[in-house]
Structure formats: structure tokens, C-alpha cells
Write a protein that binds this ligand. Structure first.
Ligand SMILES: [Zn+2]
Length: 356
């Protein structure tokens, strides 16, 4: 389906090792776009189908890694043909012997290779209706031995932010809650809602195809897109910042993923579903990115549930006061809700060192 999609958009699609029958159909496809075989217009999700490709890497000393017949060749040579770091696509878009498309090597690849990574896979597909090659780098590293520092990351909704604490010798060395500017996000959200409503009103009287109607729709969409990008960029920025922090202290990264609990908390506050979605957007991506970066840089990490509603001193249930202050009616412990998991992390560390 992915190949059909490419062919439909006027790319000549040929992939090595593909069964002859499929090649035949693809080849003939363009002549029979209205035929029964591939006669329907590709749906949007076709564009999400990506074709995996084998990769051959040629290094500056002439050594090679990967499949010699691979359609994607990455050359990290600086003196041959006066060419530097290029990607060659062989016979993928056109099935002629020695047909080659040359692409400049993205900086991203050079950086990952310098870090000891290896591009083992490539995917070809469509991005914004253009042919796009995505490279996947892998790296195998032994995680370092933790120095005794622990970096605890508590993943909440954006409402209270992602809380992190650096713990050493039973002490909370530093603590911070990080979130995007919520006022900006909520302003964008309400602007999008308002424009959406106006557009809806025009639609009911059949005027949504007018210039004004189209503009409202475009503006609402642009604002929702902006919300998504702001939270996505924040998620990527924070994941990178926290992994660098862990590396600096040779800390064990402890991830407390309480996104589901946070979602419930927001539901209990009776916030509109749209706002909850906004406050939860890209948090999964944050956790995934944090884990990926930790693996890439060899940061030892573990997922651990750290309670925020149980007393870290006597394990009695905590009561929540206004302003998200948690108190223990049994022993008098009192702390802001987002600090409770940090006290739990310290408590666990102390119990561990007593056992050994
Ligand atoms: Zn207590």
C-alpha cells in the first residue's frame, strides 16, 4: 500500500527483493489508475505507510558494514570524488541499473555516528507529499555505574508540570517543577474554541465556505497546532535536559510515570475533556524520549511508582489541604504534594542502604 501510494503520486517505485508480481502491478499502475486493481484514491492513512530499506555504511577507511546490495548507501568519506558524507539511494525510485539519487547527509547522522551510533535501518515514505528518507541509528552502550546520586522524575500533567529532584546522601539537593507557559496555552485554546464556535454558527446557516468561514477554520486549526508544538518542544527539551543532568552526576534515573493518575486527578476537577487533552498532550512522548535518550547515552534508569498520597514517614494516608499541601494526621508530616514522591525516593534509598 505504501508503494502504491508513492506510485500514485508519480514516483517510479522499485524496491529490490520485491516479488515480481507486485513489481508488475506497480509498474502498470500508472497506466490503469482508474482500473479495478488500484482504482481508488489512496486514503490519508496510506501516506503513513513506510517501507523499510536495508542500509550499507562505507567509512572513511574504506571499511563497509551492512548489506552490499542495500538500496541505501551512507558514505562517510571525505576524500573520494571530493564528496563529503553523502547518502546514495540506489534503484529505489527508478528501476534502471546504476540509477542513483544523491542526498546530502543530515548533520543529525554525523553527530550520532560520532557518538558511536550506527545507522542500521532506513525507512522511505511520504512527508508533506514529498519523498522522505528516515534513518534510524542504534547504539549499544553499557550503562555506567551510578555514583550514588539519584535523579527522580515525576511525570504529572502539564498543570503541575514535570517535577524532578536530585537526591544525594538522603538529601534533596535540588528540586524543580517544569511546565510550558500555561497562560499562553490556555489563551490559544480559548481562541481556538471561540473561532470554532463562530465557524459552527456560519455552518448552520450554510456560510462556512465564505472567505470569513474559511479564515475562522484556518485560524482555529493554526492555534491547535501551536498548542501541540509548544508542548512537544517542551517535552523534547526537558527529556534532553534531564538526561544531561543525569550524565553530569552519573545519577540513577528514576522515572515515576503517573500520567494516568494525573489524568484521573484532572477528571475529578471536572475540567473540560479538551482542556484535559491539552494538559496531557505529548507527555507519553516525553516519557518515550526520556527512555530513548537514557538508552542512547547509557544512563541507568528504572521505572518506579512513588506514592504522593501516603505518608513517607509512617505510611498513613495523607490528607490534601488547599494549595496541594499534604498532611499526615497520624505523625504531623506536611509537604507540598509534588515533593512527597521525592521523600519516598529518599526513604527507599535509606531502607536499601540499611539492608546492605
Ligand atoms: Zn505520617
Amino acid at each position: 500500500m505504501g508503494l502504491t501510494n508513492l506510485a500514485y503520486r508519480d514516483f517510479e517505485v522499485w524496491v529490490l527483493d520485491i516479488p515480481k508480481t507486485i513489481q508488475y502491478q506497480l509498474y502498470n499502475f500508472k497506466n490503469y489508475t482508474k482500473s479495478l486493481v488500484f482504482g481508488t484514491t489512496p486514503k490519508r492513512w496510506f501516506a503513513r505507510t513506510w517501507v523499510p530499506l536495508k542500509v550499507l555504511r562505507i567509512y572513511s577507511d574504506g571499511s563497509m558494514k551492512g548489506d552490499r546490495g542495500a538500496p541505501v548507501v551512507l558514505e562517510f568519506r571525505s576524500d573520494v570524488d571530493f564528496k563529503r558524507n553523502i547518502i546514495r539511494l540506489r534503484q529505489v525510485c527508478k528501476n534502471e541499473p546504476r540509477y542513483v539519487v544523491e542526498l546530502p547527509m543530515p548533520k543529525w547522522v554525523i553527530e550520532r555516528i560520532k557518538e558511536g551510533g550506527d545507522v542500521k535501518y532506513a525507512m522511505i515514505g511520504l512527508k508533506n507529499n514529498e519523498l522522505y528518507l528516515a534513518l534510524v541509528a542504534e547504539r549499544e552502550v553499557e550503562p555506567y555505574q551510578p555514583s550514588g546520586y539519584r535523579l527522580v522524575v515525576d511525570v504529572n500533567s502539564w498543570r503541575y508540570g514535570i517535577a524532578w529532584g536530585l537526591i544525594h546522601n538522603g538529601q534533596l539537593v535540588s528540586f524543580k517543577q517544569e511546565k510550558p507557559n500555561l497562560n499562553v496555552l490556555l489563551t490559544l485554546y480559548y481562541q481556538a474554541v471561540k473561532r470554532g464556535r463562530k465557524h459552527g454558527a456560519l455552518m448552520r446557516i450554510g456560510l462556512h465556505h465564505t472567505t470569513q468561514g474559511k479564515r475562522l477554520r484556518r485560524q482555529a486549526k493554526a492555534r491547535r497546532g501551536k498548542i501541540y508544538r509548544v508542548t512537544r518542544d517542551k517535552a523534547y527539551f526537558l527529556a534532553s535536559k534531564l538526561v544531561r543532568k543525569a550524565l553530569k552526576y552519573k545519577a540513577l534515573l528514576v522515572i515515576d510515570d503517573m500520567t494516568e493518575e494525573s489524568r484521573r486527578e484532572l477528571l475529578e476537577e471536572r475540567l473540560p475533556p479538551d482542556v484535559i487533552k491539552l494538559l496531557m498532550s505529548n507527555l507519553r512522548r516525553f516519557v518515550r524520549q526520556l527512555e530513548t535518550l537514557a538508552q542512547w547515552y547509557g544512563v541507568p534508569y528504572e521505572f518506579k511508582r512513588l506514592p504522593s498520597t501516603i505518608c513517607p514517614v509512617c505510611e498513613h494516608k495523607l490528607t490534601q489541604l488547599p494549595g496541594r499541601i499534604m498532611v499526615c494526621e497520624n505523625c504531623g508530616f506536611k509537604a507540598p504534594r509534588d515533593l512527597v514522591p521525592m521523600y519516598w525516593a529518599i526513604k527507599i534509598e535509606n531502607t536499601r542502604s540499611q539492608t546492605y
